[in-house]
Design a protein around this ligand. Structure first.
Ligand code: SDX
Length: 428
């Protein structure tokens, strides 16, 4: 395989280095292109552009492969805990028993938030979308920890901020839910594990003993692992570019939460359930809605279908679909939306339009059905995605800062007016 790519511009041939990753992904390194040729490249939406090199997550869209630090997602989803996977993503290796214990104990020590933050919730309208609350609250954490404003202050401070984020996001997420119900906030219980503690803060009441089915804890542990990282997706790229300006980590993660909220990205899991409910209310005629998704005149898209990278199947959707059946059977729930989802998937996968465009169910297509079965309200679904994706965002930010990558500043091709003189208002 050649070491260089040759490109001919204005009669001159230039050689650009080729780099190959450990999974044999190939790239033309254009970091010197403009200096050498005066040209930039154009790739709206970065569909063909690598923003960085990374050793965190590998995914192969054609083969439906997803590895975190080399470990297949199928094995991690089955055998690991979410905090174990968080440690793996952030520190690069599966923790020993001692390392995991220390990590878990440190997280437990930081689950509370400053009491003054409770007052913030009083200012939100009752039906405030929890993603709007969460992105503001996470950025506001930076105001309570001024020593964290310089993200590169020290390795210890960086690590403390990482642990504070992992510990406090579940508390703030659960309190945004409680606030929407005008229910009392539940303070974290450190004798509970990470997932059970979150469920306790979400569904516990001060007047009752808290009980949760181990099936629910296991299902949520799996869902969080499946969402933990996904290389350079929209919200992770946002975290990297915001972090590249040396913004503090709280504000950087808040930017990631905002990007994830979009219905084309993490917001899709809420859209999927609302779409399935719309189809159900419309009599369950999936053929009609598949036809709408294909109609260029109709803005309707099949939410939870399609992916920028997976052009075969999303391995996470395969695992979640299987978990869907298991969780609903174990909880004795018969959700007609699952039947509609399966019918929709079958019709779409047999349809030429979807096959020609390699459109398959993605991670968001079935996840909402499990969240619903776990009692999580629809407008909290994207918050669940953020809870899962947090360690991935942190790992990618940490890698970028440790590699001392430059501030992100893409170029453009200008297509506006060429130079022209000012016109006085009376002459316009
Ligand atoms: C996530 O990047 C990641 O890794 C993201 C994520 C992660 O873990 O971080 O995996 C999480 O964001 C999953 C995706 C969730 N979004 C949705 O489910 C929203 C519905 N899907 C889409 O809007 C779309 O498929 C995207 C945004 C996911 C991908 O869009 P692309 O790659 O830019 O593809 P495109 O919009 O250019 O579509 C290509 C063609 C178009 O038709 P033509 O113009 O070629 O005729 O496919 C069509 C699109 O109209 N198409 C769809 C469709 N998705 C694409 N048609 C109907 N329904 C859909 N869902």
């Amino acid at each position: 395989m050649s070491e260089v790519a040759k490109i001919e511009l204005d009669g001159k041939v230039y050689e650009l280095p080729i780099i190959v990753g450990t999974e044999n992904e190939k790239a033309i390194d254009i970091s010197k292109l403009r200096d050498v040729t005066g040209y930039v490249t154009l790739d709206t939406g970065y569909k063909n552009t690598g923003a960085t090199t990374s050793s965190i997550t590998f995914l192969d869209g054609e083969e439906g492969i997803l590895h975190y630090r080399g470990y297949p997602i199928e094995q991690l989803a089955e055998k690991a805990t979410f905090l174990e996977v968080s440690y793996l993503l952030i520190y690069g290796a599966l923790p020993t028993t001692k390392q995991l214990e220390e990590f878990e104990n440190s997280i437990k020590k930081h689950t509370l938030v400053h009491e003054d933050m409770k007052r913030f919730f009083e200012a939100y309208p009752a039906k405030a979308h929890p993603m709007g609350v969460l992105s503001s609250m996470i950025s506001s954490l930076s105001t309570f920890y001024p020593e964290s404003l310089d993200p590169n202050r020290s390795a210890d401070m960086k690590n403390l901020t990482v642990h504070r984020l992992i510990a406090k996001l579940p508390t703030l997420a659960a309190w945004s839910f409680k606030n929407s119900l005008s229910h009392p906030f539940m303070y974290p219980k450190n004798e509970y594990g990470y997932v059970k503690n979150f469920l306790y803060m979400m569904f516990g009441m001060p007047t009752e003993e808290f009980h949760v089915d181990p099936v629910v804890i296991s299902a949520l542990n799996t869902l969080l692992i499946l969402h933990a990282d996904h290389e350079q997706n929209c919200s992770t790229s946002t975290v990297r570019i915001v972090g590249s300006s040396n913004a503090n980590l709280y504000s950087t993660i808040s930017a990631g939460i905002s990007a994830l909220w979009g219905p084309l990205h993490g917001g899709a899991n809420q859209e999927v359930i609302e779409m399935l409910e719309q189809i159900q209310a419309d009599g369950g005629n999936v053929d009609k809605w598949v036809a709408k998704a294909k109609d260029k005149e109709d803005p309707f898209r099949l939410m939870g279908f399609g992916h920028r990278v997976y052009k075969n199947f999303d391995p996470r959707a395969t695992i979640i679909k299987k978990a869907c059946d298991e969780v609903l059977i174990k909880l004795g729930i018969n959700d007609p939306l699952l039947d509609i989802a399966k019918k929709l998937e079958k019709v779409a996968l047999e349809d030429e339009y979807f096959k020609a465009r390699n459109l398959y169910p993605n991670v968001d297509f079935y996840s909402g059905i499990i969240y619903k079965a776990l009692g999580i309200p629809t407008d909290m679904f994207t918050v669940m995605f953020a809870l899962g994706r947090l360690p991935g965002w942190i790992a990618q930010w940490k890698e970028m800062t440790e590699n001392k990558e430059p501030i992100g500043r893409p170029r453009q091709i200008y297509t506006g007016f060429t130079k022209r003189d000012y016109i006085n208002i009376e002459e316009r």
